[in-house]
Design a protein around this ligand. Sequence first.
Ligand SMILES: Cc1ncc(COP(=O)(O)O)c(C=O)c1O
Length: 444
Amino acid sequence: MEVHTTQCCILMGCLCLFYPWSQVCEWREPEELAALLDLELRENGEPQHQLLQRIRDVAKYSVKTNHPRFFNQLFAGVDYHALTGRFLTEALNTSQYTYEVAPVFVLMEDEVLSKLRSLVGWAEGDGIFCPGGTMSNMYAMNVARYRAFPEVKLKGMWSLPRLAVFTSQQSHYSVMKAAAFQGIGTENVFKVKVDDRGCMIPEDLGETIELAKSQGAVPFFVHATSGTTVQGAFDPLEPIADICDRQGLWMHVDAAWGGSVLFSKEHKHLMRGVERADSVTWNPHKMMLTGLQCSAILLKDTTHLLKHCHSADAKYLFQQDKFYDTSLDTGDKSIQCGRKVDCLKLWLMWKAVGSKGLEERVDRAFTHTRYLVEEMKRREGFELIGKVAPVIKERMMKQGTMMLGYQPQGGRVNFFRMIVISPQLSHQDMTFCLNEIERLGSDL
Ligand SMILES: Cc1ncc(COP(=O)(O)O)c(C=O)c1O
C-alpha cells in the first residue's frame, strides 16, 4: 500500500508538471467531460492500472495553470520549492492550531508573518494565514468592528448603530461579501470615486464619510487597495491615512497581489504610507507564486485584538495548564478550528531564492507589463471593441493555445485582463499572446 501511494504521488507530480503539455487546456463540453471521466462512485474499488489512468485523465482535462500561456487569473506558474512545500504539507497533514500538533509550523508561521510585517514597516504586530484574500479582508473588517465596538462579540449587532464601510469603486468584491457576511449590510458599503487610473480619490473619501454620517451611519472602516483586481491601481495611502487618523477609522490595505511590490526597491513606492495602516491583506499565492492557497492578514496591533475578537477558549484544544508555553497555541486567533498549514511553501521558497530572488520576480513582472504596453501601442488596430473579446476567448479555449480573462468595466466595453506574474514568462510569450489575439480575431 505504501509503495502504491508513493508511486501515485510521483506519477501525479510528473504528469502535472513535467509532461510537455502543448495546450493550456483541453476544452470539452460538460456532458462529454463527465462521460470521459466516469465520475460515478461505486461499491467496489478499482485496480491500480485503472486508477493511474484516472489520474492521467484528471491531469489531461484540467487547466494547466502552470503553463506559461495561462494569463487568466491572478495566480499562475509554478515555483518548485514552493511545490515541494505543498507536497510536504499534504503528506504531514496537520492542523495549524496548537504547538502540540504543529510545533514546526507554529514557529515557522510566526517567523514568516514577522518577516512580511517588517516589509510593511512594522517592527511588531500580529497576523495569521487564512484561506485566501477574501477571508483576510473579512478578518480585517471583523477586527476593526471589534475594536470600535467590543460588545459586538457578546451582544451581536443589536447593540450597535448602523455602521459604514468605505472603499473605492474598483475594490475587490470581497468587501461586499464581508459586509453581507458580518451583518453590516452591503448598502452600508460606501463606494468612493476613482480617478482615470482607478485610484481612490481621497477628497471624495472625505466627502463620502461626511455623507454617511449625515445619514446617521457610524463610519469605522476604510478599505484601501494596493493593486486593484482589474486595473492594477494603487490607492494613495498617505492621504487616506491622514483621513483615517483625523476620523479615528481603521485603515485596511488590501494588497492581495500588490503587496509583493514591497520586495522591490524600484516599485515599493507604490505602497508609500502602508506602515500607517492598521491591517494589510497579502496573498503570496498571487504574485509570489507560492501556489494556492497562501494569504496573510497582517495587523499592527500588539494588544491581541485578533485573539480577543475570535477566541472561544475550547477546553479540549487550548487548555491553559499545558506543559509548554500556551501562547504558542495560536489557533484561537482564527475563526476556524482546524487550519491548513500555508506557511511552509512560502518559507521554503523564500529560503531558496531569498528576498533578492523575490524582488527580481516582481521587477520582471513590471518589465513584462511595460513591454506588452509598448508592443500594443506599436500594433495598429489593437483596440478591442464590443463582443470581440468573448468570441476570441471561446476560440482560444477550444484550441487550448492560451487562457486570458476579459471583462467590461465602468463605461468601457469588454477588454482583456492580461496577467503577467509568472517568472517563467518571456517577451516571446507576450508577443505570442498579442499575435494569438490578432490571429483568433482576424475575421471579426
Ligand atoms: C485586490 C484583491 N483582493 C482580494 C482578492 C481575493 O483573494 P482570494 O481569491 O484569495 O480570496 C483578490 C482576488 O483576485 C484581489 O484581486
